[in-house]
Design a protein around this ligand. Structure first.
Ligand code: SF4
Ligand code: SF4
Length: 174
């Protein structure tokens, strides 16, 4: 015959544990109010965390000196993307010295894992991951970043010129 052991009446009395939890919470509240400089949290959005320059945040399609995209639509970034969230449509460029360019370049940010593989795969420094990390949007379609968003969004102030252009200028002594 099995005997059911019922818990003692004292252990069913939760009030001491509740009072102890509330006392701990109150003590932490007072400590935090008196020592705000020791807080481990930020008052977002007034205060924002400064990430290191190596931080891989929102994508940027870089531009040439004339403001056009550096991207040659070679598809290496899309091929290397583990989340398969880059979609590129290529077209022949009217300039014979440029083979192809993207008529459409989209990144589905909701599928992106911010690994940086696209940036590493690009042979012409046409895509980078910058310091911005806020991507608020109301509907899912707003997370489908197109060329306008990736290369010419307001925060980029006309676009980010590639490092390769800087090197070319440096070599020419300009
Ligand atoms: S960061 Fe990674 S997952 Fe996101 S688009 Fe680039 S390669 Fe794909
Ligand atoms: S961003 Fe770079 S890797 Fe991707 S298609 Fe353009 S040139 Fe190729």
């Amino acid at each position: 015959m099995s005997i059911v052991k019922r818990p003692k009446v004292e252990s069913q009395w939760y009030l001491p544990a509740i009072l102890s939890g509330m006392a701990l919470t109150f003590r932490k509240l007072v400590q935090n109010l008196l020592h705000k400089d020791r807080l481990q949290t930020l008052n977002y959005p007034e205060e924002k965390y400064e990430y290191s320059p190596r931080f891989k945040g929102n994508h940027v399609l870089t531009v040439k000196k004339d403001g056009s995209l550096r991207c040659t639509a070679c598809m290496l970034c899309a091929t290397n993307c583990p989340a398969q969230c880059i979609t590129i449509k290529a077209a022949q460029h009217e300039d014979p010295s440029v083979e192809k360019y993207p008529i459409s370049y989209e990144i589905d940010i909701l599928r992106c894992v911010f690994c940086g593989f696209c940036e590493e795969a690009c042979p012409v420094d046409a895509i980078r991951m910058g310091p911005e990390w806020q991507t608020p949007a109301i509907s899912g379609s707003n997370f489908q970043n197109d060329i306008q968003q990736l290369a010419y969004r307001a925060n980029l102030k006309g676009g980010v010129q590639s490092r390769l252009d800087d090197q070319e200028r440096h070599k020419a002594g300009i």
